[in-house]
Design a protein around this ligand. Structure first.
Ligand code: MOS
Length: 709
């Protein structure tokens, strides 16, 4: 075997996607496409009230329909072992906790029959008044245990940050400050809308369950599903080699897989179930709405003396869920006096879930808008204001950053964006009726490494290497990036690496979420490769034995995480044009400069960064789930009415990164990049809209009615 140093590294090269040919030829198998012997089809029944109980069920007409195999309701559904989780305990009681909740399912020989028969089932309800109004003055607000309490049993994925943080005395410092700001920002509900809907294709054989589903983590899904069904995890296999987008919504919500498994057990046939777009708006979570008050105080030189960020977020009455909305505020700027709080407003709504940068996306819209307002109030350029308030260490924990190059992102981004040519006066630049504005915002997102990752590597005598780990690829490029990491760690060309992911028959892995995937899986793959090479040298003198070699290893969480704060950073620069008469807004240019450590694959990384920035434009201007207060459901529950940024909304987008390596996150030196790219975009757009029009919109999305006085 040759030395890895003698070989050009795979890491850092723009390798084409190893799954690219499969995808463009339609041979990459997505969950719904698995060929099955005599499958049947499920159509769910959903509650038409937002709160109350089911008091009567009439399934007779549906059951009489030819081709119908079963109609499940809470009266006849199999018992589950986790009745304590109202989201996963499907059909376990007569309670209705939100409009659109599962209250039954029809299973039939064809999808059309299932859907038709579903319309024949009659429910009666005892309705109680529902309340879906988010207000910061509700008297039932409560504190979550942690700032981020995403979890639902079976292991919590959360960072453990406290709901509140206090340093010094922000109120007194604010009273003494030379310049102050006190402003309230709000963000609506947003729905995750991956192209591939949530899908479960379920087969039972000999008491063993196989679930082909669209998930961000097969190990996690298996443990969740097995726990709810009361099965040993080894009796459940989850397969998910390709995922058509997720953005967070394919981590926690798994109730559709549970429902499909119950149905398959009942009818003793394979069951196929994919949600419709409309069903997704009630059943697979969403980013909850927020109301955020920010107060800032600064001295005469534009240095922050006090920062306070108080958050009220929507949650479900059925089950608490919290996002770390103000946690970025603990990370971003130096100030001796500071306070952050999180409070939850329990409503009769579906359970929220994580959506690209859950918490940070909405929190940094508020903070980075407020910082723009404060810079103006201090008479300082917003880039300069941020640089002036850059902390030396984590402002609250006091830990050093493993790497933090935010100032370089601001400077280099400003240079590329042509920021020095900017006239800071709002409403100054014009092009006919178009008002032109530019805005900047900073970004950050944690870069965690999760434990629970095991990799197995087999090396054959011909040098062919098979790398096995139950990682996930939701379209972001895992197949390719992990192949590159394995090749370098093994010291072989990428052509000799065959990767297998997305199957619980492989060694366990953590989820593709929280911008942790490549760090977590890549660390275990690298460690396993290093051990294999050491074994090859020590026991075999560098020659692979005729039977080949196999090594399995795992990696714990990152011990350096106790000593360093680990975050990705970025700076986003937006240029907008606003029609002076109609308020029409166009983001004509968006430039992101990121600090994400070593980039594994520039091609897939750029794609992911641009995707996040696009989703940020969408968050700023277009997306908005409209909750009907009278009925308690989202009314714009399809692509005709829930507008997501399309090609016509997206003009020039550039994503760049610094040539940096992080010495502590992992052996590759990479940091997470899937989420830092959405953070800050909405504020950059809002700040540019203010520069163009002089109107400060503090309530997302920024629609033209908010600009036309
Ligand atoms: Mo992301 S919201 O952690 O999948």
């Amino acid at each position: 075997m040759s030395d890895v140093r003698a070989r050009p590294r795979a890491i850092g090269t723009p390798m084409d996607r190893v799954d690219g040919a499969q995808k463009v030829t339609g041979t990459a198998t997505y969950a719904y496409e698995w060929p099955l012997d005599r499958p049947v089809y499920l159509h769910p029944l959903q509650s038409t009230i937002a709160a109350g109980r089911v008091t009567g069920v009439d399934t007779s007409a549906a059951e009489a329909e030819p081709g119908v195999l079963a109609v499940l309701t809470h009266l006849n559904a199999p018992s589950l072992t986790r009745p304590d989780d109202p989201e996963l305990a499907v059909l376990q009681s007569d309670e209705v906790a939100w409009r659109g909740q599962f209250i039954g399912a029809v299973v039939a020989e064809s999808l059309e029959t299932a859907r038709y028969a579903a319309g024949l089932v009659r429910f009666e309800y005892a309705q109680r008044p529902h309340d879906v109004a988010l207000r910061s003055d509700r008297d039932d607000l409560y504190s979550p245990v942690h700032a981020a309490a995403f979890g639902q049993g079976g292991g919590e994925l959360q960072d453990g940050s406290p709901a509140d943080s206090v340093l010094g005395d922000a109120d007194t410092a604010m009273a003494l400050a030379t310049v102050t700001l006190d402003a309230t920002y709000s963000t609506p509900m947003y729905h995750n809308n991956p192209m591939e809907p949530h899908t479960a294709v379920v087969t039972w054989a000999d008491g063993e369950l196989t679930v082909r589903c669209s998930t961000q983590g097969v190990t996690w899904s298996r443990d969740l599903i097995a726990g709810v069904l009361g099965l040993e995890p080894r009796r459940v296999r989850v397969i998910s080699p390709h995922v058509g987008g997720a953005f967070g919504s394919k981590v926690y919500p798994q109730s559709y897989a549970v429902l499909a498994a119950m149905a398959a057990r009942t009818v003793k046939r394979p069951v196929k179930f994919t949600l419709t777009r409309q069903q997704m708006f009630a059943l697979v979570g969403y980013r909850p709405a927020s109301i955020q008050r920010i107060r800032l105080g600064a001295d005469g030189k534009g240095r922050l003396t006090a920062i306070a960020h108080d958050v009220v977020e929507q949650t479900a009455k059925a089950k608490g869920y919290a996002e770390q909305v103000a946690v970025s505020t603990r990370v971003m700027y130096a100030a001796p006096h500071r306070r952050t709080t999180h409070r939850l407003a329990p409503l009769d709504v579906p359970v929220p879930t994580i959506m690209r940068a859950p918490g940070e996306a909405q929190g940094m819209f508020a903070l980075e808008s407020a910082v723009d307002e404060m810079a103006l109030a201090c008479g300082l350029d917003p880039v300069e204001f941020r640089i002036r308030n850059e902390p030396e260490v984590h402002p609250e924990s006091g830990l050093p950053f493993s790497s933090r190059h935010l100032v370089d992102c601001l400077r280099e981004g400003a240079r590329r964006a042509g920021w020095e040519r900017r006239d800071p006066t709002p409403r100054a630049p014009h092009d006919g009726r178009w008002l032109i504005g530019t805005g900047v915002a900073a970004s950050t997102y944690p870069s965690p490494r999760f434990p629970g990752n095991t990799a197995t590597i087999r090396m054959g005598p011909d040098g062919h290497c098979t790398v096995l780990i139950a990682a996930a690829d939701m379209g972001t490029g895992t197949w390719t990036a992990l192949t590159q990491i394995a090749a370098d760690a093994l010291g072989v060309p990428v052509e000799r690496v065959e990767l297998r992911i997305g199957d619980t028959a492989l060694p366990p892995a953590s989820v593709a979420g929280f911008s942790s995937g490549i760090t977590s899986w890549g660390s275990s793959v690298s460690e396993t490769a290093a051990r294999l090479r050491a074994l090859l040298e020590s026991d075999f003198g560098g020659t692979v034995p005729p039977d080949g070699l196999e090594v399995t290893a795992d990696m714990p969480g990152n011990p350096d995480a106790e000593h360093y704060a680990m975050h990705s950073f970025g700076a986003q620069f937006a240029e907008v044009r606003v029609d002076e008469d109609t308020g029409e807004i166009r983001v004509v240019r968006l430039l992101g400069m990121f600090d994400v450590g070593q980039v594994i694959n520039p091609k897939t990384a750029r794609s992911q960064l641009i995707g996040g920035m696009t989703q940020g434009i969408s968050m700023a201007l277009h997306e908005h789930s409209v909750l009907d207060q009278r009925f308690g459901h989202v009314v714009n529950q399809d692509f005709a009415q829930y507008h997501i940024a399309a090609n016509a909304d997206v003009h020039a987008i550039e994503a760049h990164w610094l040539d940096e390596t992080d010495p502590h996150t992992n052996v590759m030196g990479s940091k997470g990049l899937g989420e830092v790219c959405i953070v800050g975009t909405a504020a950059a757009v809002a700040n540019a809209v203010h520069h163009a029009t002089g109107v400060r919109v503090r309530d997302l999305p920024i629609t033209l009615d908010k600009l036309v006085a």
